[in-house]
Design a protein around this ligand. Structure first.
Ligand code: CA
Ligand code: CA
Length: 167
């Protein structure tokens, strides 16, 4: 019974935590080859320990190296467990094309608070060993997240349990 009460308290504290967001500049990265290729660029970003990511938004400007198509550019988050294809259906080449959007996320980060983002090509790796899609200046990803319950909240929970034991 005590465990049930403690869990309910913890959830309530978690729900009260203010959502945070982090803007990540990705203009220094490019998309080389298929997912998992060792040549690919991977951004490793510190967000917050044990944070729950709720939403991933992007405002990205890309240029393709012909004959590569815009729809092939893909971003894989947290071990490629969630992916974003910014230009689905754009089966053509393009220069300085801007795409913005967002999607819900259910990623829960580990104790190290790190989020990895791999940039890669789907469908066709047109330029063998080279860049298929260039990520231009001003391109960003905004990660919205809820921090893990703070150490203070955990201490408060401990105090609650201790207080109940005294009765
Ligand atoms: Ca390609
Ligand atoms: Ca390539």
């Amino acid at each position: 019974m005590k465990k049930t009460i403690a869990l309910a308290t913890l959830v309530a504290v978690s729900g009260l935590a203010h959502g945070q967001s982090l803007v990540i500049d990705i203009s220094m990265y490019d998309s080389y080859n298929f997912q998992g290729d060792p040549q690919n660029d991977v951004a490793n970003v510190f967000v917050a320990a044990n944070a729950s990511i709720t939403n991933i938004a992007w405002d990205v400007t890309i240029s393709t190296e012909p004959p590569s198509w815009l729809e092939e550019f893909t971003m894989g988050f947290f071990g490629n467990s969630e992916i974003v294809q910014v230009a689905p259906g754009d089966a053509f080449t393009g220069s300085f094309m801007n795409y913005a959007g967002n999607q819900a996320s259910s990623i829960v980060l580990g104790a190290d608070g790190m989020l990895d983002i791999e940039f890669y090509e789907q469908f066709f790796d047109d330029i063998a060993g080279g860049i298929d899609t260039y990520i231009e200046q001003g391109s960003t990803i905004t990660v919205s997240y809820i921090p893990a319950p703070s150490a203070l909240a955990v201490l408060g929970l401990g105090g609650l349990v201790a207080g109940r034991r005294r009765r």
